[in-house]
Design a binder for this molecule. Structure first.
Ligand code: DC
Length: 219
């Protein structure tokens, strides 16, 4: 029996990761895991419990209580914390402003990485997992590793259009989150050595998806 196809897609915010990963999963009939939504759900939980996000020890001790349940259907992605559907609130400004502090806590990463590996192992039809450390850390044996990039301007324009926000403000927010995500001690955003780099600055969504599917077919 051949093992299921596992595709790891990493890259910074606004590189097109989520749209690309979902579309690739849909076209290939695979499951889809948005690991950023898990760090966002953990951040929502901490804020709901009034945990001080400047206190990594408090975050570490509360993290075990969070029951984080992502949906892996690429046509209906979403996430629950226990019985509560937090798919909408995790996209709000409050969670976005806190997520880098929560995702920098090693205990949070250890818990969520274990959970991510469990979800991937359970996906018998194969899966596309997207995030910041999937290829280098979470799934070093993935069938294919992609690192998506795009110029900072292109990323800001895309994110602002997605969220109906100002481009300048979005650019500043992205730059500060990229810096926090790339310089943290625990598992910073880095490219896996064996990743295929895809620069999406001058490509539309379908071109990126087609390119990745061509890479999959040549495996
Ligand atoms: O992709 P996103 O913007 O939804 O991710 C939210 C945050 O979660 C981002 O600032 C970095 C963090 N993250 C991470 O540290 N590791 C991952 N695998 C995915 C996201």
């Amino acid at each position: 029996m051949t093992s299921p196809l596992v595709i790891a897609i990493d890259g910074p915010s606004g590189s097109g990761k989520s749209s690309v990963s979902r579309a690739v999963a849909r076209e290939l009939g695979l499951q889809y895991l948005d690991t950023g939504s898990m760090y966002r759900a953990m951040t929502w939980f901490m804020q709901d419990q009034n945990v001080d996000l400047d206190d990594p020890q408090a975050i570490a001790s509360y993290a075990k209580q969070a029951q984080i349940l992502p949906s892996t259907n690429p046509s209906a992605p979403g996430i629950h914390v226990g019985p509560i559907d937090v798919s909408q609130p995790i996209r709000g400004d409050e969670v976005t402003a806190g997520v880098s502090r929560v995702s920098a806590v090693p205990e949070v990463r250890a818990l969520l990485v274990d959970l991510q590996r469990e979800v991937v192992a359970a996906a018998q039809e194969g899966i596309v997992a997207e995030g910041r450390d999937i290829g280098p850390v979470v799934l070093p044996n993935a069938s294919l590793k992609i690192f998506l990039t795009a110029d900072e301007d292109a990323r800001a324009i895309r994110r602002a259009a997605e969220n109906g926000e100002d481009v300048q403000a979005t650019q500043e927010q992205l730059a500060s989150r990229d810096k926090a995500d790339s310089t943290r001690k625990a598992s910073p955003l880095v490219q896996a050595e064996d990743a295929v780099v895809v620069d999406t600055t001058h490509m539309n969504l379908q071109e990126v998806v087609d390119h990745i599917i061509t890479l999959v077919r040549s495996l």
